[in-house]
Design a protein around this ligand. Structure first.
Ligand code: C2E
Ligand code: CA
Ligand code: CA
Ligand code: CA
Length: 269
């Protein structure tokens, strides 16, 4: 039993070392990718559920890795957040997105903003300057933030959101329902829409139907009271779409309408 225990701990050490090496490799890879500007936005449509009309797109980050192809953020965002590299990645990504906006059609484009950005006092100004440099209309941009960001340093975030809103950049609250959902803060911030987290939408019509239905209904009631729009995330089936629509959710996004794709043309672009 003793030998067995020692084997296990040796194995554990080796696994830890392998994992640490893998993460270090990933960090080094990420640094190189930043130098090579190896990131690309993919765009996923956001639709009006009543008729399926495309009202905008969410820009989703992809890393064109030299060996592994386009990597979704789940593969590297942890390392990016821990090392602080995600901010640099995001700025490269935003530049691409604004360039795309300046070349393509109508509808809005939403970008994901890591809570880390709000530590930088000049985030809003920098974003607006980049939009202007790219010749993109700020009124077509929306930023997706999470509840975590709002809880961090309320007065500063409020200032930044107002600076952005004054130029027409609206804020969406991402993954709504998974965070603290401290209702008291919601009405204090200029939030244009809540994105209902896909975990609730996924439950509609499935095993968790009753619970999901109750939660989605509560979120929609809250949004209605505050006069905020709602976007259902991760809509994969017509059943989910129909339920959302019946509950009064006006907008949706998900594989039912389209997967994230590179350089998706918009409208009469
Ligand atoms: P998110 O903001 O909640 O984005 C939605 C995620 O759900 C995306 O994953 C999207 O591809 C996926 N999705 C869309 N429709 C469906 C569906 O019908 N079913 C399912 N199962 N999934 C669907 P993705 O692209 O892998 O992004 C993961 C997360 O990475 C995002 O979650 C967001 O938090 C973060 N992220 C994405 N782009 C950026 C970025 O440019 N900067 C930063 N900082 N984070 C980003
Ligand atoms: Ca998002
Ligand atoms: Ca989300
Ligand atoms: Ca998410």
């Amino acid at each position: 039993a003793k030998a067995h225990g020692r084997d296990r701990s040796v194995m554990f050490d080796e696994e830890m070392r392998a994992e640490a090496t893998r993460l270090l490799d990933l960090e080094a890879d990420l640094r190189r990718a930043i130098l090579n500007d190896a990131f690309e936005p993919h765009f996923q449509p956001i639709v009006r559920l009543a008729d399926g009309a495309v009202v905008g797109h969410e820009a989703l980050l992809r890393w064109n890795h030299e060996l592994h192809g386009p990597l979704p953020p789940g593969e590297f965002i942890g390392v990016g957040e821990d090392s602080g590299l995600i901010e640099q990645v995001d700025w490269l990504m935003y530049r691409r997105v604004f360039d795309w906006m300046s070349r393509h059609g109508d509808g809005y484009v939403s970008i994901n903003v890591s809570p880390r950005h709000f530590h930088a006092e000049t985030f809003a100004e920098r974003l607006l300057r980049m939009l202007d440099d790219a010749g993109a209309d700020p009124r077509r941009l929306r930023i997706e933030i999470t509840e975590v960001a709002l809880l961090e340093d309320a007065p500063r975030i409020l200032r930044m959101l107002n600076v952005l809103r004054n130029r027409g950049v609206l804020a969406l609250l991402d993954d709504f329902g998974t965070g603290f959902s401290a209702l008291s803060y919601l009405h204090r911030f200029p939030i244009q829409a809540l994105k209902i987290d896909q975990s609730f939408v996924a439950g509609l019509g499935g095993e968790m139907h009753a619970e999901s239905l109750a939660l989605v209904r509560a979120i929609l009631a809250l949004a209605g009271t505050l006069g905020i729009d709602a976007i259902g995330e991760g809509v994969e089936t017509r059943e989910q779409r129909d339920i959302l629509r019946q509950l009064g959710c006006e907008f949706g996004q998900g594989y039912l309408y389209g997967r994230p794709t590179p350089e998706r043309p918009v409208g009469d672009a």
